[in-house]
Each structure stands twice: as structure tokens, then as C-alpha cells.
Design a protein around this ligand. Structure first.
Ligand code: GLU
Length: 494
């Protein structure tokens, strides 16, 4: 294979969304697989819509996903000279011409064509101006755009797409398109090609939404005397109703930032994004970075659009359930120290942990995480559902409160009794705590479950979780006794 050089060229007009992240990931995988280079190019020529905030957001998003690039970020606006020069070259070599048609004239022609069911598109009026006519109009100071001259050929233009196979378009259906605006600014279509040629891009891997540009760009490559890169167009990501996903219609859930805030493992998101529209050819769903680099090929990218299956408003499925389940696998199986670093950061942000605690409590911290991660979905759960392990201030959920506490008013005296028994244990561990609990239940002639479920609710605020006496041992005597000593505040009117 040629020297692989791919690029991720976002237009910084908004946040990094999951579709963009997927494009970045696929280019990154392809570069890594072929020992190639990934170039980050910020396509900021639309100065009205490009913002610094968006540039920072895109770069932060890529960094969070750990998708590193080898060159850049380059900024398209810094290469305006190249773009203008290319337009000039196309003019001098007869591949483009100055067009003086006004907007009103163009609108009129369009309306006329539509009314008469004729082909809509530029009719080539200025293509046939003589050099003298052009000079006269210029001398009059008339504004003009530069249009590319689509060759007068019969038949079709084609390129071979790595994903979709041969793509063809009839020359007769292509209009002379604008490459430079009347204010002298080259258009994206041209800038993109000029930059790809300068950056020696071997493969252009991007969304199918760019396909209408590609056929025109094929002509630009040809006219600029440059060989074509390999094109690979990826399917779009749609929602369940087959609408294109966007922040405007779907909210935060399509932004990469949402997943960072929510506590997804960056690589779990990458793993999911890759499977969205790419098929490994096996049932395997969990891929390490190395495995994915090894397995990934462009020809297994799906030809049809992929569905981002999320259900707005459903708290359980606040995003695609497959993404949640992949994240759970990572949470449960990832290196515990790596997880600890991520959890500590979130706890610190909530004032529940400090770096210096590691000196004395690292072992405890790792064991606790290992115990509770089993049921968690995202890192956020460590500070919400799992808050009681790190703070005395945690909420008692309504369901266990009703089911395990309010249903048994006697617990208001039983729980302090149990606290006393536990306090007096010389050796406090899960076995001794369990024995003490069961023996009190026998004495009280109640099912041990009443005490155990009550304890779970009081100690963690949750209905379910790890084995109760593992929790008791993890929290330690002092905390356990303190939380059970007086539970009257849990009963209304107290
Ligand atoms: N700037 C374009 C975008 O953000 C990228 C087009 C391309 O990949 O060539 O959609």
C-alpha cells in the first residue's frame, strides 16, 4: 500500500458529535493499521460560523477519546494563498472562467427552468464570453465569481469507492460550479481539495453526506493535475425514526461531551462508535485498541445507514443500550488502577476524595471499587448510587425506604440494638458481623432478612448492591455503627 496519510478535517461550527467522532476514529484506526499518519485540519474558512470555542471543544473531545494525530492542527484559513493560487491556475489553464451573472439573473433563470421542467443549474452564459467581453466587464468593475468548467464530455465520470464500489455521475448532469465567491474567497469545495493535495492525503474517509461534493472534486483533482486519493464514504448515523441525528433535534446525547460528563470510558465509546456501521465479520463486540486496529478494514464498513438507538426521555436508556452495555463491560473488566484514577477524579470534583488519601487508603479504595463496579453502568454511578461508600451524605432512595424501613417501624429500636452488638465485637469483619445480626434476629424472633435489608438501606441508601456483609466490612465498624445508631430521621413525623 502507498504511504497512508489520512485526515480529520472538522469545520469548527459546533461541538464534536458522535458522527464526527466516528469519522475521526475510523481515520485514526486506518492510519494506525497501516503505520500511516493522521492529519488534523481545522476547516475554518467559514469565518462567520467558525468559533474558537468549537475548535477547543473538538480538540478536547479528540484528546478525551485518546485519538491522537500526527500532524496539525493545521488551520485552513492559513492556506488561503494556496487556494487562491489554485483558482488562478484553473483560470489560466482554461478549467475555470469568470462569471458575471447577477443573483437576480440566476434566480430568474432557475425559476424559468423549474416552471418549464428543464434542467435546473447554471446555463453556462459566461462560459462563452470572449476575452474582450470579460475585459470590458472587468473594466466596468462588475463583480464576478469563478466557476469551474465541467468538461464537455459524453458518458459518465466515476471513481471507485472503497465502501460503496464504483460511483458514477453523468457529465451532462453536472453544472459549472462556483469555486471562488465574488468577494475573492475560494469555496470549501476547492480549499478541501487543494489542502488534501498539499497534505498528500492518500485516503479520504468521510461521511456519505459529502458524496455530492466528491464527484465535483474528482474534476478538480483532474484539472489540477493531481492523482485521486482513494475515497471511502461511510454511512450516516440516523435515529430510530431514520432522521439525521443533530444536537438541535436530539439534544446533548449526540455530543461527545455528554459521554465524558456522564462518565463513559473513552475507549468504550470508541468501541461502540466503530461497531456503528462497521461489521467485524464475527460476533465479537468488545475490542481492545490493539484488536480493533488489527481487525479494522474499510471494506467491512456498512453501505447502509446505521441507527443510533436511543430513546429520549427514558432514564434507563438515556443513550443507545448497546453503548451502555459495552461501557458496563469496560467498567467491570478494566484495570482497577486505571478505573481508580478515573473514579478518584470524579469524587474529587465532588469533594469526596483527595489525592493524598491514596497514601493510606489505596488498598481500601481499590477493593471498594472492585466490589461496587459490578452493577454500575457509568462512572457517574460511583458518585450517585455509590456515594455512601465515600461520604456520610447520601440519599436514601424511596423504594428501599418504603420496602425495607417504613414497613417495619420496629427497626427504629432494632437497628440501634444491632449497632450496639456490632460495636461490642472485638473482631469486626463480615463473618462476625453476620453472626451477630443473625443471632439478634433469632432473639427478636424475626427473619434475618428484615435486619439485613434494613441495614442495606440505612448503610447505602440503595435497594440492591454487593453482598451486605462485604459492605459492612468495607465501610468499617465506626461508620456502620454510626449510621445505624439512630435511624429515627428516616421515619416521617420524627
Ligand atoms: N469540513 C468538512 C466537515 O466538517 C469535512 C469534509 C471532508 O472530510 O472532506 O464536514
Amino acid at each position: 500500500m502507498v504511504d497512508v496519510r489520512v485526515r480529520f478535517p472538522p469545520s469548527p461550527t459546533g461541538y464534536l458529535h458522535i458522527g464526527g467522532a466516528r469519522t475521526a476514529l475510523v481515520n485514526w484506526l486506518f492510519a494506525k493499521k497501516h503505520n500511516g499518519k493522521l492529519i488534523l485540519r481545522i476547516e475554518d474558512t467559514d469565518t462567520e460560523r467558525s468559533t474558537q470555542e468549537s475548535i477547543a471543544g473538538i480538540i478536547d473531545g479528540l484528546k478525551w477519546l485518546d485519538l491522537d494525530w500526527d500532524e496539525g492542527p493545521y488551520f485552513q484559513t492559513e492556506f488561503e494563498e494556496d487556494h487562491v493560487k489554485a483558482a488562478q491556475q484553473l483560470l489560466t489553464e482554461g478549467h475555470a472562467y469568470k462569471c458575471f451573472c447577477t443573483k437576480e439573473e440566476l434566480d430568474q433563470k432557475r425559476e424559468h427552468a423549474m416552471a418549464n421542467k428543464l434542467q435546473v443549474g447554471y446555463d453556462g452564459t459566461c462560459r462563452h464570453l470572449s476575452p474582450e467581453e470579460v475585459a470590458t466587464k472587468e473594466a466596468q468593475g462588475l463583480p464576478y465569481v469563478i466557476r469551474f468548467k465541467v468538461p464537455e464530455r459524453t458518458g459518465t465520470l466515476f471513481y471507485d469507492d472503497e465502501v460503496l464500489g464504483r460511483i458514477e455521475r453523468k457529465y451532462s448532469e453536472m453544472e459549472d460550479f462556483v469555486i471562488v465567491r465574488s468577494n475573492g474567497k475560494p469555496l470549501y469545495l476547492l480549499c478541501n481539495v487543494v489542502d488534501d493535495i498539499r497534505d498528500r492525503i492518500s485516503h479520504v474517509i468521510r461521511g456519505q453526506d459529502h458524496m455530492t461534493n466528491t464527484t465535483r472534486q474528482v474534476l478538480l483533482y483532474e484539472a489540477l493535475g493531481s492523482p485521486l486519493p482513494v475515497f471511502a464514504h461511510m454511512p450516516l448515523t440516523l435515529d430510530l425514526q431514520k432522521r439525521k441525528i443533530s444536537k438541535r433535534s436530539h439534544g446533548e446525547v449526540v455530543a461527545v461531551q455528554f459521554y465524558e460528563d456522564k462518565g463513559f470510558i473513552p475507549w468504550a465509546l470508541c468501541n461502540f462508535l466503530c461497531l456503528l456501521g462497521w461489521n467485524p465479520g464475527t460476533d465479537q463486540e468488545i475490542f481492545s485498541r490493539e484488536e480493533l486496529i488489527e481487525t479494522f478494514t474499510l471494506n467491512r464498513i456498512s453501505k447502509v445507514n446505521s441507527v443510533f438507538n436511543f430513546r429520549p426521555g427514558d432514564p434507563k436508556f438515556f443513550t443507545d443500550p448497546k453503548l451502555i452495555s459495552i461501557n458496563e463491560v469496560y467498567l467491570r473488566t478494566m484495570d482497577i488502577e486505571e478505573l481508580a484514577a478515573m473514579v478518584a477524579k470524579r469524587l474529587e470534583a465532588e469533594g469526596l476524595w483527595k489525592e493524598e488519601y491514596f497514601a493510606e487508603n489505596k488498598q481500601w479504595f481499590l477493593q471498594t471499587l472492585d466490589m461496587i463496579r459490578e452493577r454500575f453502568h457509568t462512572l457517574e454511578d460511583f458518585t450517585t448510587t455509590g456515594r455512601a461508600y465515600f461520604s456520610d451524605e447520601y440519599a436514601v432512595e424511596e423504594k428501599p425506604l418504603k420496602k425495607n424501613i417504613l414497613k417495619y417501624p420496629d427497626l427504629v429500636t432494632w437497628m440501634p440494638m444491632l449497632a450496639d452488638r456490632l460495636r461490642s465485637l472485638d473482631e469486626f469483619d463480615k463473618e462476625t458481623a453476620e453472626a451477630a445480626t443473625r443471632s439478634l434476629a433469632t432473639e427478636l424472633d424475626i427473619k434475618p432478612g428484615i435486619l439485613i435489608n434494613g441495614m442495606r438501606t440505612v448503610l447505602t441508601g440503595q435497594l440492591a448492591g454487593p453482598s451486605m456483609f462485604d459492605i459492612v466490612e468495607t465501610l468499617g465498624k465506626e461508620t456502620v455503627v454510626k449510621r445505624m445508631e439512630d435511624i429515627s430521621h428516616l421515619y416521617p413525623n420524627n
